[in-house]
Design a protein around this ligand. Structure first.
Ligand code: C2O
Ligand code: CU
Ligand code: CU
Length: 482
């Protein structure tokens, strides 16, 4: 601890707005990292794995020593259990809303029919249970779930409603996979606490970016440490913050490897010393630890000259303590089963989206308006033209590749399949988007900025996927919609 307080003094000096575990306030890393429990499915005679998830308020969490915080959670006081299933599984989710208000539960990253997606149209009234089911058919990946009620997503997520959904692919690469041991999820969120330990919600629905907290929670743990017992550890990073962007790495700037992006594995491990992760994105990384060492995982802001306002602060995230005699790990595979990005052939459809303050193509979200009609199975280029400050962009039910950002291809670690991308201020980003095959002309999927304040303000649009050749017949106004 004596050695560490030296580190905190140095980091504290270059951080201005972060007070608790961000700056000079002294990280003691006193709390053992919580690892969300695995949800236990019931498997019926039909072979369907049924997971019960209950959205509930009234949780009392102890984040800060000696203080209790009122929180919301899924099957618990804060956050949710981790759902884990395999490619090929049939799953049924029994989502019960025990809140006093309407909500939804969206499967971010999941490829499924629009009616099962849990977006703003699949509202769950208080007391009701919603039971979507689908067959998992996509590469191994780290996805997540969170409410998506129009205009209320920021507050519902901030209060604690979110959880992980891991997909295992039996044909996927051999990576560390013992949950909580050498396969550890890290849900990164920033919060602001009031003096009495309550969540400060003042900025959630205000300001340019909404909530930018000064205190980090990882898996709902304040100031956490983690003991690791193996040479290699896989971390599944999820940025479940309302707005903040992190550049995750280690205090000693060690090298580590990215093995997966949002929607599946990379072609081969990509060596990095920092990973930039914006809200909604996931990166799977594999890190090597020397016997007996201690190292701090942290986030280093971009320098303020090119800062995007939401990625300029420094934070310490997690102290990792390695065992003196770690168990040996299987070497990182040379290839991971993903494919390299291939530029789409000439002539594919290009759609352009201008991103401004909180509008897309100068329009606010309208629940009754279909903005784009896409033929099933299409490969398209989506061009994002950001005319203002930083945003990001998420598309439901697709996997895309980032072709370029301001004309330059992304770094190797971001060249895998994704569903969410950071869009720096004033940048042009081109995506090659692979759409799925679930057609439904009257149930839209969403595309939106995943800065939750922007999403709630209307920075969202809707698309339907239809049988090729029927595009012109699709009604662009939803009848009797909400
Ligand atoms: Cu993570 Cu449309 O959401
Ligand atoms: Cu989503
Ligand atoms: Cu935005």
């Amino acid at each position: 601890l004596a050695a560490l307080s030296g580190v905190s003094a140095v980091l504290g000096a270059c951080s201005s707005t972060s007070e608790q575990n961000g700056g000079g306030g002294g990280s003691a890393f006193t709390n053992r990292l919580r690892v969300p429990p695995l949800a236990k499915p019931e498997t019926g005679t039909d072979g369907v794995k049924t997971f019960a998830l209950t959205l509930q308020a009234g949780g009392r969490s102890e984040f800060l020593a000696g203080k209790t915080t009122d929180t919301w959670g899924i099957n618990g006081a804060y956050l949710g259990p981790t759902v884990r299933a395999s490619r090929g599984d049939k799953v049924r989710m029994k989502v019960t809303n025990r809140l006093a208000e309407t909500s939804t539960l969206h499967w971010h990253g999941m490829r499924l029919p629009a009616k099962m997606d849990g977006g703003p149209h699949q509202m769950i009234e208080p007391g009701a249970t919603w039971t979507p089911e689908w067959t998992i058919d996509q590469p191994g990946m780290t996805s997540w779930f969170h409410p998506h009620l129009h205009e209320k997503t920021a507050m519902h997520v901030y209060r604690g409603l979110a959880g992980l959904f891991l997909i295992d692919d039996p044909d996927g690469p051999e990576l560390p996979h013992e949950y909580g041991v050498d396969d550890v999820p890290l849900i990164i969120q920033d919060k602001k606490f009031s003096g009495d330990g309550q969540l400060d919600t003042f900025r959630v629905d205000g300001g340019t970016f909404g909530m930018l907290g000064d205190t980090i929670l990882v898996n709902g743990t304040y100031d956490p440490f983690l003991d690791v017992k193996t040479e290699l550890v896989r971390f599944r990073l999820l940025n479940a913050s309302n707005a903040r962007v992190y550049r995750v790495g280690f205090a000693d700037n060690r090298q580590f490897h990215v093995v997966g992006n949002d929607a599946g594995p990379l072609e081969k491990p990509a060596a990095v010393d920092r990973v930039k992760i914006s809200p909604g994105e996931r990166y799977e990384i594999v890190v090597r630890f020397a016997p007996g060492e201690t190292v701090v995982m942290d986030s280093k802001g971009e320098d303020r000259q090119k800062a995007n306002d939401i990625e300029e602060d420094d934070f310490r995230l997690l102290k990792i303590v390695a065992a003196a005699k770690p168990a040996p790990s299987r070497a990182l595979p040379a290839t991971l089963g993903g494919t390299a990005t291939v530029a789409p052939p000439a002539g594919v459809r290009v759609r352009t989206f201008s991103l401004s303050g909180s509008e897309i193509n100068d329009k606010d979200m309208d629940m009754n308006r279909i903005d784009e009609v896409v033929p099933a199975g299409a490969l398209e280029i989506w061009e994002l033209d950001n005319t203002t400050y930083a945003h990001n962009f998420h598309i439901h039910e697709v996997a895309f590749r980032v072709l370029d950002v301001n004309g330059a291809p992304p770094p190797a670690y971001q060249a895998g399949p994704k569903d969410t991308v950071f869009v720096p201020k004033k940048a042009k980003v081109r995506l090659a988007v692979q759409f799925g095959g679930f057609t439904d002309p009257v149930s839209p999927y969403m595309f939106h900025c995943h800065i939750l304040r922007h999403e709630d303000k209307g920075m969202m649009g809707q698309f339907v996927v239809v049988e090729p050749g029927t595009e012109a017949k699709v009604p662009l106004v939803l009848a009797g919609g909400h």
